[in-house]
Design a protein around this ligand. Structure first.
Ligand code: CA
Length: 229
């Protein structure tokens, strides 16, 4: 049974979500503040995290950022209040996989959870079972183990950064537009901005390159998009 951690300070929401998770075949566990939330991610190793933004102790953005920085790739769905609309893209840039606005319908929440888990599992099972490792010069992408190395240096990527790099590398030599990348990596149900792609490419380069401004692996094709050479 998939385990889902709800980090949310509003007891009514926690209870409602946990009840519905159970009737949909998931195990729901709860944390009512940010610090407890992070420690439960480490201890319980959930399959997915539902993450409120305004939380006592540590807010949702900080939690998301902290987990991704330590290489934790557990899928995250942010729970945002309507007034925080402007911050949605920020959440995705920090490595969240999706968001849902409060108040949300349970049916919609369950659909989002299912979609994010399916996307995550697909990437992990690998689309090309007999082609697990992609190599571009000294860059090595292990699709199955979700591991990226430059030479001997292990590079910690967020889930989205990894998916973006893997997709570009699988289509080596092809120019991919920002819209294509949004569709493939974030999914058509995510009506995001193409700026999200640029931000992730920038983060990827910073992590992969010796000098963050270089384009050794991912090239910008002006007016078109990106490609791996
Ligand atoms: Ca809250």
């Amino acid at each position: 049974m998939k385990k889902i951690l709800i980090i949310e300070d509003e007891p009514n929401i926690r209870e409602l979500v946990r009840y519905n998770l159970k009737s949909n075949g998931y195990e729901g566990i709860e944390a009512e503040d940010g610090y407890l939330g992070v420690s439960m991610v480490h201890k319980e190793k959930p399959d997915l995290i539902l993450l409120d933004i305004m939380l006592p102790g540590k807010n949702g953005y900080d939690i998301c950022k902290e987990l991704r920085e330590e290489g934790n790739q557990t899928p995250i769905i942010m729970l945002t209040a309507k007034t925080e609309e402007i911050d949605k893209v920020l959440g995705l840039e920090l490595g969240a996989d999706d968001y849902i606005s409060k108040p949300f319908g349970i049916r919609e929440l369950m659909a989002r959870i299912k979609a994010v888990l399916r996307r995550y599992d697909n990437t992990h099972e690998s689309l090309h079972p007999d082609e697990h490792v992609l190599r571009i010069d000294d860059l090595e992408i292990n699709i199955e183990r979700h591991q990226v190395k430059v030479g001997e240096r292990l590079v910690a990527l967020t889930l989205k950064e990894f998916e973006l790099l893997a997709y570009l590398a699988e289509n080596r030599g092809r120019v991919l537009t920002r819209d294509q990348l949004l569709d493939k990596v974030w999914g058509i149900e995510y009506a995001g901005e193409t700026r999200t792609v640029d931000v992730h490419i920038r983060h990827l380069r910073k992590k992969l390159e010796q000098d963050g401004d270089e384009e050794t692996y991912i090239q910008t094709i002006r007016g078109k998009g990106y490609k791996v050479k």
